[in-house]
Ligand binder design. Structure first.
Ligand code: HEM
Length: 510
């Protein structure tokens, strides 16, 4: 890409003008130390940089792909410069292990994206805090109340109920073309909103007229948060100016979204603070947060983070899996066969799910080719340290390209073919111990929602495959299905997955 079109496409001309002016001023005041600091020795290899923008022009709208290509030329651990920001990218299991295991303690801090730098909220963040006391206690609370075996068991009826609503809705919609993502997102969002607030916030048929506005605001937050071209984080000296209005725009959306649960919090706060309250009455995660003395800002931040981190990733996993199922009839048939042989009750139980070995292999294969968070969430170096004998400078932004590793021919036979069988007799898992397959990350920042996310994915995929026959509308050829992706907080399909479906004959599962 040439520089002029790079600047134009990314609205960088104005920020660059401001930057040049500031640079000039800072030169005059001899404050150039920050920008032209002494070259750091022994950085990992990387491509040459341009003045000011560094390597920004080499990273397009699909950074997982551009960074994978750069890794092919420069190796499994590369260093780049995005503006004034040092960036290090790991693209092999060895490099990932160096970052997420060996140097986990030094490399698990975060850089807050501009969208989420909201002064009253950010001190209460789990996702964007460094590994401090706030982060520790929020993770502990979430683990106990949302993700422990006991919590999962307590929420299993809710999960089934929401899935039942989805299946009922689909039964009524037979013969119509549906946007699967929309349905799955609504189901997952309501599951979480019932766990947190004891209430559905979305509605398949939008009886209450709330669905579109809340959903649109959530999607817009996600879109702001997932922006690749976040000028503020490339040029920290410009951050405070919020030149693209990202921070302001996100706060407006936050206010809109928070209004949906403001009254629920207030009502419950009165209950929990009353003298009649006893801990046995706590029914929801909100009750637990209130018992722990959370302010409204703390609750809003926590809930927003759970919705953003929990619903998009899980939806994206299911949508890519459905995409691969309609593209590979033989995989679909094997899954149907397994469900027929191993599930003989109306509801699919947790025990039955644990015996569905083909489903589990299928999900691993789906994670390998379509990890929903292809670069993990960016880490930051809290200290200068060494990985693979290279120096990682303090404050560097660190990406682990799990997408590239999933497609690396050095690690997988026929890496681009979708073949769940490769996992059938393999011990390889996605729980953070096997560094070639890391859809949830590893180490202290590993996704705390893994047990809950995976339970939802298994249950939704097993139920949708068991209940319905799926296909593309208008006899479209599955081999021609658009497989392009779109980078954001979660890696989504570029075009929506529109499918038709028919209820399976009841006798098939009698
Ligand atoms: C298939 C589903 C999911 C996938 C693939 C996934 C993946 C990830 C990844 C890759 C990270 C970043 C790890 C890192 O920074 O190294 C992460 C972080 C996180 N995820 Fe998930 N996630 C999923 C579901 C969920 C669910 C259901 C929840 C909660 C309801 C959740 C909550 C979080 C939180 C709070 C963090 C931040 C952890 C921290 O910074 O310490 N995730 N997830």
């Amino acid at each position: 890409m040439d520089i002029t079109s790079f600047l134009r496409d990314n609205n960088l001309a104005f920020p660059l003008f401001i930057l040049s002016t500031l640079l000039f001023i800072s030169l005059i005041f001899k404050q150039t130390k920050l920008i032209f600091s002494k070259a750091i020795k022994n950085l990992p290899p990387g491509p040459p940089r341009l003045p000011i923008i560094g390597n920004l022009h080499q990273v397009g709208d699909r950074p997982h792909v551009s960074l994978a290509k750069l890794a092919q030329s420069f190796g499994p651990l590369i260093s780049l410069r995005f503006g004034t920001q040092h960036v290090v990218v790991a693209s092999s299991p060895e490099a990932a292990m160096g970052i997420l295991k060996t140097q986990d303690r030094h490399l698990s801090s975060r850089i807050v994206p501009t969208a989420f730098q909201q002064a009253p909220l950010i001190p209460h963040s789990l996702i964007w805090s460094e590994c401090n006391q706030t982060w520790k206690s929020l993770r502990t609370l979430c683990r106990a109340e949302l993700f422990s075996a006991k919590a999962l068991e307590a929420h299993s009826r809710l999960r089934e109920e929401k899935l039942g609503k989805l299946v009922d809705f689909l039964r009524r919609e037979q013969g119509r073309v549906i946007d699967v993502e929309d349905m799955v997102f609504t189901t997952l969002f309501n599951t979480l909103s019932c766990i947190i607030f004891g209430k559905d916030l979305l509605d398949f048929e939008d009886e209450h007229g709330t669905r579109d506005e809340l959903k649109a605001s959530m999607h817009a937050v996600i879109e702001y948060g997932g922006r690749v071209k976040d000028v503020g984080s490339f040029f920290p000296m410009l951050e405070r100016f919020d030149l693209h209005g990202i921070r302001k725009g996100t706060m407006k959306l936050f206010d809109k979204v928070f209004a949906y649960w403001r009254d629920i919090i207030e009502e419950r706060r009165v209950e929990v603070n009353s003298s009649r309250w006893s801990s046995e009455q706590a029914q929801t995660f909100l009750d637990r947060m209130l018992e722990n003395g959370f302010s409204n800002n703390q609750i809003n931040q926590m809930v927003m983070e759970l919705f953003v981190a929990g619903t998009n990733t899980t939806t994206s996993t299911v949508i890519w899996a459905m995409t691969e199922l309609v593209r590979h009839k033989e995989v679909m048939s094997k899954l149907e066969e397994e469900l027929k042989n191993k599930v003989n009750t109306e509801k699919i139980t947790n025990f039955q799910l644990s015996k569905l070995t083909y489903l589990q292999a299928f999900i691993k294969e789906n994670f390998r080719l379509h990890p929903p968070v292809p670069l993990l969430l960016p880490h930051m170096a809290a200290e200068t340290c060494e990985v693979m004998n290279y120096s990682i400078p303090k404050n560097a932004k660190i990406f682990v390209n799990v997408w590239a590793m999933g497609r690396d021919a050095k690690l997988w036979d026929n890496p681009l073919s979708f073949n769940p069988e490769r996992f059938i007799d393999s011990k390889l898992d996605f729980k953070g111990q096997d560094f070639e397959l890391l859809p949830f990350g590893s180490g202290r920042r590993i996704c705390p929602g893994l047990p809950s996310g995976i339970k939802s994915v298994e249950l939704i995929l097993a139920s949708l495959t068991r209940e319905f026959d799926w296909g593309l509308p208008n006899g479209e050829d599955p081999s021609k299905l658009d497989m392009d992706d779109k980078f954001g907080i979660a890696l989504k399909r570029k075009t929506p997955l529109k499918l038709i479906f028919k209820k399976k004959q009841a006798s098939e599962y009698a």
